[in-house]
Design a protein around this ligand. Sequence first.
Ligand SMILES: Cc1cc2nc3c(=O)[nH]c(=O)nc-3n(C[C@H](O)[C@H](O)[C@H](O)COP(=O)(O)O)c2cc1C
Length: 165
Amino acid sequence: MEFMDAVCARRSVRKFTEKKVERELIQEILKAGMAGPTALGKNPWQFLVMDESGSVEKLKEALPYGQYNCTAAIVVMGDVEISKHYWAVDALIAATNIVNAAADKGVDSVWIGLYPFEKEWVVVQEKVGLPENVKPACVIELGYGEEKLEARTQYMEERVHWNKY
Ligand SMILES: Cc1cc2nc3c(=O)[nH]c(=O)nc-3n(C[C@H](O)[C@H](O)[C@H](O)COP(=O)(O)O)c2cc1C
């Protein structure tokens, strides 16, 4: 897919079929995640991929706003020992690349927010047994959508300021 087509095709899908996302595809999607820029090139990311129903269901117990029937999920995390100030920014850039790469591969996704709410990410951290220094920034739920949402941009002319505000 052309880059702009993939970016506009990415929509939050919240109803999935039972078809599983192939591991090879998830690996390709993660390559996009780990292609993004990171502050000082520190690459503080960690990714926990759940692609078995038991592990997906367990993770979802920690996601009150992520109760969708996805077949896989990626916990996108940052290591504060590698990047104290930018772990979350770098993880969220990776997550953005992940959802766009998924769209490019015909895989649907929905972003479940955790950062900046420590109370929310700590629940996930404990549920999946992460070390203290590895913080989840968000979860990307994946699958093949039951529904096909319209591709679109949300371009707003009035939000664009050329040379002065
Ligand atoms: C930081 C962030 C947090 C989000 N958290 C949730 C969430 O917890 N649950 C959910 O169903 N969608 C969540 N979303 C998805 C948004 O609701 C969705 O992106 C927005 O409504 C626009 O729709 P679209 O993704 O189809 O373009 C989140 C998106 C972002 C960027």
